[in-house]
Ligand binder design. Structure first.
Ligand SMILES: [Zn+2]
Length: 156
């Protein structure tokens, strides 16, 4: 069983990775400005797509828009945001920082999915994070909403 752990994420904690910390010391990265970084995992998953029936934004967001990828857990359409060129986010996966250019979320499952650099979400492996509580989810989605855009970018 893979843990879906937001290690020590306090309600007000916003994960802000700093690129310079890439390759930091073994799970002890100081990748956050405000606290302990949530630990993402790589998950092998098969994504399916279905056109969304309506566009209702997740709670508190302007920069997440509905897409055709279905949440693998609940089959609802996921929402997506895109980080601008030079404004990518970094996430901690097994203690190492990885770049994130796009982010998908399912507000029903409180989960996040991100394509691995150079790949599409449907390529079979994704970065994955699931929050246990909405108090953990809300600060994250609100942070990603504040830095995300609804504009596409050319590179994978
Ligand atoms: Zn879901």
């Amino acid at each position: 069983m893979i843990g879906w752990i937001l290690a020590g994420l306090a309600a007000a904690t916003v994960y802000t990775a700093v690129k310079e910390n890439e390759g930091g010391n073994n799970g002890n990265t100081s990748a956050t400005k405000h606290g302990v970084s949530p630990s993402w995992e790589v998950k092998t998953i098969s994504m399916s797509e279905y056109p969304p029936s309506m566009d209702v934004k997740p709670y508190m967001t302007d920069n997440f828009y509905i897409g055709s990828y279905l949440c693998p857990c609940c089959r609802n359409n996921m929402y997506k945001t895109v980080f601008r060129m030079g404004g990518e986010e970094y996430i901690s996966v097994n203690g190492k920082l990885h770049i994130m250019k796009r982010l998908f979320t399912c507000p029903h499952c409180l989960s996040f999915y991100a394509p691995i650099e150079g790949h599409r979400l449907s390529d079979g492996s994704v970065y994955f994070l699931q929050c246990k509580y909405s108090e953990d989810y809300i600060p994250l989605i609100s942070h990603y909403n504040s830095v995300g855009t609804t504009q596409g970018r050319p590179d994978a």
